[in-house]
Write a protein that binds this ligand. Structure first.
Ligand SMILES: [Mg+2]
Length: 376
């Protein structure tokens, strides 16, 4: 019988600079500026019995300061609580901030705590998180995204793809969704030709097509044997995605922008996607991701979680149907550990918990922090 208690929590707001400003279709259609940094909310937790956990949430462009502020307001609600009670603690945190809702920025602040509690639970069990959850596999097929953005000239995209394959990554995703569809088409053709027919290839339009454009482009794409077309339409157009998924042989993937399990349930209900792409930090953490994974599995969907491979590798390893995990090297400067990719797959580390510790550099990029309770 455990009666441990959460005795200390520290939040750190970390701004990770990106080596090159990043552009996807949202930049080329004028909706967003190129991305130059990613904001992280790290949570470190300690208990009276000396157990520790680390979790994180993140935001791109705006939102990081708000996540940090919200986390500070709600954290006192769980000091002194048993860290094992992850379900109860998620509810306590959501009720502490209920006035600002159960999705988006508020649940993303909760996610940083929730992920930390699951890391702690797995560490205490002496197991990698995937094993604690009940793994189906000890590695997950993976694909590269960071090499195929729209700011990258096509020759460089091809070089990046080759390097990914040499580094043991199985698939390659490239961005599309530019105002001029012909340029997208040329880039897809060039990469498919470069890779040959056997390498798994995905494309991602980042929500920048209307329904007619998505159908027209999707029909042209059938010949390229894509693993999926990602975010062809606005993230909340569940009916449009459903019609597209029914019309095309190529699978449709979406869900990364959705900010709660409730929003994902609309996708599942409308059969809007063949492949669901939840993001644990965006939907409220691991407690919420597990609920969604059960619903997605029951609906017969495939899973390809978005971003944050350090968390999603474990969650994908515990999903029944063979999933994909997205390889992004952007977060590597934050962590002392590296995830191994071999023979097309990302290997679940055998370190307990998530298997991550923060680098000194991450501490230096910390712009604000706040502590609650007392340490050891
Ligand atoms: Mg995407």
């Amino acid at each position: 019988m455990s009666n441990d208690a959460i005795s200390w929590i520290r939040f750190s707001h970390v701004l990770l600079p990106l080596a090159t400003p990043i552009s996807d279709a949202k930049v080329l259609t004028g909706r967003q500026k190129p991305m130059t940094e990613v904001s992280f909310l790290f949570t470190e937790i300690e208990t009276r019995d000396g157990h520790q956990g680390i979790g994180f949430s993140y935001s791109k462009r705006a939102g990081g300061y708000g996540q940090f502020a919200h986390a500070k307001e709600i954290a006192p609600a769980i000091l002194g609580e048993d860290p094992n009670d992850t379900g109860k603690l998620w509810q306590k945190l959501v009720w502490a901030g209920a006035s600002v809702g159960r999705s988006g920025l508020s649940t993303q602040a909760i996610a940083a705590v929730d992920v930390g509690l699951w890391d702690l639970k797995a560490k205490r069990a002496g197991l990698p998180l995937a094993k604690l959850l009940g793994a189906h596999r000890d590695s997950v097929q993976c694909y590269n995204t960071s090499g195929g953005f729209l700011h990258t000239p096509i020759e460089e995209v091809k070089e990046n793809a080759t390097r990914s394959l040499e580094n043991g990554i199985k698939g390659v995703k490239i961005k599309v969704g530019q105002p001029d569809m012909r340029i997208d088409l040329q880039r897809v053709e060039a990469v498919r030709k470069h890779l040959g027919d056997d390498v798994p290839l995905m494309i991602d339009a980042n929500q920048q097509w209307d329904r007619a454009t998505a159908l027209r482009f999707g029909r042209v794409m059938e010949q390229y044997n894509l693993v999926w077309i990602e975010e062809p339409l606005d993230a909340y157009d569940v009916e449009g995605h459903a019609a597209l998924a029914a019309a095309l042989d190529t699978p449709i993937a979406t869900g990364e922008m959705l900010a709660s399990v409730g929003e994902h349930m609309e996708l599942i209900k409308h059969r809007s996607a063949d492949i669901i792409q939840p993001d644990a930090p965006r939907i409220g953490g691991i407690t919420q991701f597990l609920k969604l994974a059960t619903l997605a599995d029951a609906a017969g969907l495939q899973l390809a979680p978005h971003f944050a491979m350090e968390i999603h590798l474990h969650l994908a390893a515990a999903y029944p149907a063979e999933p994909w995990v997205e390889h992004f090297d952007w977060l590597e400067p934050l962590f002392n550990e590296r995830l191994e990719t071999r023979d097309g797959r990302m290997v679940v580390p055998d370190r307990p918990g998530l298997g991550i510790t923060l680098t000194e550099q991450a501490r230096k990029w910390t712009v604000d922090s706040a502590e609650f309770g007392k340490r050891g």
